[in-house]
Ligand binder design. Structure first.
Ligand SMILES: Cc1ncc(COP(=O)(O)O)c(C=O)c1O
Length: 457
C-alpha cells in the first residue's frame, strides 16, 4: 500500500522510539505515525487537534458504556481509598470480589457454581483450558487433552489461547499452535455455504463434519470445544441459522464440554443461544475501565474441581490480581448501571437500526457481504460481487478503507479478507448510528474511487 509520508509530530516521534506496536502494519506506521488519542466522551474520542472520531469499535470491542462515565470513575476512587489491594489466596477475601461473583451468578444465562477471576480474555481462556484438563484428570479421563477450536477463531494470545486462535498470523514465528489443538471449519455461510444449500443445511453439514472429526481424533481424547457466539477478530461473522442447535448434541454425545468465549459478545451485545459448561467474560464486564475477566463454571465442574483440589492439597492456579478489589468494584458498578439504565433493552431497540443500516450496505458495488447481529457486524469488500472474489491481500484494500474511515472521523477495524468490523459502545444512540453509517459510507465510496484508480477491479 503506498501511503504518503507525513512529518511526524513530537508525540508521534516519541511513540515510534519507545512503543512496540502490536496488530499494526509497521511499514505503514513508520510512514504515517500513530493516531494519538487524547480524550474520550460518550462514543467519541478526540486527537490532540480536537478532531472527533466516532469509535465504531468501542476501543477493542470493549467500552460498552463509552468514554467518560463518571460513576465508574467514582467507584474506582472510592474502592482505592478503602482497600486498594486485596486477594483471595490463602483463605483471604474481600467484599467487592464476593459481590461481583454473586452478581455474575445471578445474571448468567446458565447455572453457575462459582466464579474464577483473571485480568484478560486470554488469561480467562488459558484458565479454562487448565480447568478442563484438571477436571478430566480428576475424573480419571487422563487422555482427554485435545481442545477443538474453529478456523478464524480468536481466543487470545497467551501460549494456550493463541493455540486455539485459528488465524495463521498469530502462530507464525511463535512456534504455535501447540498440538492439543484440533481445528474444525468456522461457520460462515457467505463463504462456506454451497450453492443451493440453506443456512440450516450448512449448519447440519458442519455438525456432521464435527462428528467425523471427533470420531477420527478419538472421542475420549477430547476435553472441550471453544466457541465465540459471533466470531470477532476473525471477521465479525454471524453463525448460520441452527448452528449451535446442530453442534451441541454432537458434543453432548461424546461428553465433550462446550466452553463459551463471551469475551466480546457477553453483556447484551448479541444475546445467548446455547447452554455452555463454562463461560469466559472480559471487556464489557468492566466496560474496559479496568482490566478484569471472569470464568463462570457450571456447578458440576466446580464440584469436580474442588474435590480434586481437596485431594491434592489445593487449587494451584490464580493470578496476583485475580478479583482485584478496584477492578471488581468498577465491574460491579458497570453491571449495576446496565440494569438501572436497561442498557440491554436499549441495545435491543437500536440494534434494529444498526442491522438495517448495515445490511443496506450490501447494495454498495464494493461490498460483498454486510451482516451483523445486535451491535456487532462487518462489511466485506470484494473485487467481484458475483463471484465473491477477494482482493489480493497485499493490496491492503481493507486497511485503505480503514484509513479513509479515519479521515472521515470514524474508527473501525480492518480484518482478514478486507472485512471492516463494527462494534460500537452499547450506549450508542440511533442518531449516532446514523452518523456512523454516513461516515462509513463516505469512506467506502472513497475506497471504491481508489480501487478504480489503482485498477484493482
Ligand atoms: C473472543 C475473544 N476471546 C479472547 C480475547 C482475548 O482477550 P484479551 O485481549 O483481553 O486477552 C479476545 C480479544 O479480543 C476476544 O475477542
Amino acid at each position: 500500500m503506498s501511503t504518503p509520508s507525513h512529518t511526524l509530530s513530537n508525540t508521534q516521534t516519541r511513540d515510534m522510539a519507545s512503543l512496540l506496536h502490536p496488530f499494526t502494519n509497521l511499514t505503514v506506521l513508520r510512514q504515517t505515525g500513530p493516531l494519538v488519542v487524547e480524550r474520550g466522551a460518550g462514543v467519541f474520542v478526540y486527537d490532540g487537534d480536537g478532531k472527533d472520531y466516532l469509535e465504531a469499535m468501542g476501543g477493542l470491542w470493549c467500552t460498552a458504556l463509552g468514554w467518560g462515565e463518571e460513576e465508574l470513575v467514582q467507584a474506582a476512587a472510592e474502592q482505592m481509598r478503602k482497600l486498594s489491594f486485596g486477594h483471595i489466596f490463602g483463605g483471604k477475601s474481600h467484599e467487592p470480589g464476593i459481590a461481583l461473583a454473586e452478581k455474575l451468578k445471578e445474571m448468567a444465562p446458565m447455572p453457575v457454581g462459582k466464579v474464577f477471576f483473571a485480568n484478560s480474555g486470554s488469561e480467562a481462556n488459558d484458565s479454562q483450558i487448565k480447568f478442563m484438563w484438571y477436571a478430566a484428570n480428576a475424573r480419571g479421563e487422563t487422555a482427554r487433552k485435545k481442545i477443538i477450536a474453529r478456523t478464524k477463531a480468536y481466543h487470545g494470545v497467551t501460549l494456550a489461547s493463541a493455540s486455539l486462535t485459528g488465524l495463521d498470523a498469530f502462530h507464525k514465528s511463535f512456534d504455535l499452535p501447540f498440538d492439543f489443538t484440533v481445528r474444525v471449519e468456522c461457520p460462515h455461510y457467505y463463504r462456506g455455504g454451497r450453492d443451493g444449500e440453506s443456512e440450516e443445511q450448512y449448519s447440519a453439514r458442519l455438525a456432521a463434519d464435527l462428528d467425523a472429526t471427533i470420531q477420527r481424533e478419538g472421542p475420549d481424547t477430547i476435553a472441550a470445544m471453544f466457541v465465540e457466539p459471533v466470531m470477532g477478530a476473525g471477521g465479525a461473522m454471524v453463525p448460520p441459522k441452527g448452528y449451535f442447535e446442530a453442534i451441541t448434541p454432537v458434543l453432548g454425545k461424546y461428553g465433550i464440554r462446550l466452553v463459551d468465549d463471551e469475551v466480546i459478545c457477553g453483556f447484551g451485545r448479541t444475546g445467548n443461544a446455547y447452554q455452555p459448561d463454562s463461560m469466559s467474560l472480559a471487556k464489557a464486564l468492566s466496560s474496559a475501565y479496568l482490566p478484569i475477566s471472569a470464568v463462570l463454571l457450571s456447578p458440576e465442574l466446580v464440584e469436580i474441581i474442588e474435590e480434586e483440589a481437596v485431594r491434592i492439597g489445593g487449587l494451584w492456579h490464580a493470578f496476583t490480581y485475580s478479583a482485584h478489589p478496584v477492578a471488581a468494584a468498577v465491574a460491579l458498578k458497570t453491571l449495576e448501571i446496565y440494569e438501572r439504565r436497561d442498557t440491554f433493552g436499549h441495545v435491543r431497540k437500536v440494534a434494529k437500526v444498526f442491522e438495517t443500516r448495515l445490511k443496506a450496505l450490501a447494495d454498495h458495488p464494493l461490498v460483498g457481504e454486510a451482516n451483523g447481529v445486535g451491535l456487532i457486524g462487518a462489511v466485506e469488500l470484494t473485487a467481484d460481487k458475483k463471484t465473491k472474489r477477494n482482493f489480493e491481500a497485499a493490496k491492503g484494500v481493507g486497511a485503505r478503507c480503514g484509513a479513509f474511515c479515519q479521515e472521515e472521523g470514524l474508527i473501525v477495524r480492518a480484518l482478514l479478507h478486507d472485512r471492516i468490523a463494527l462494534c460500537p459502545p452499547l450506549v450508542i444512540s440511533e442518531a449516532e448510528i446514523g452518523e456512523m453509517f454516513a461516515r462509513l459510507t463516505r469512506a467506502i465510496d472513497k475506497t471504491l474511487d481508489w480501487v478504480k484508480a489503482e485498477g484493482l477491479l
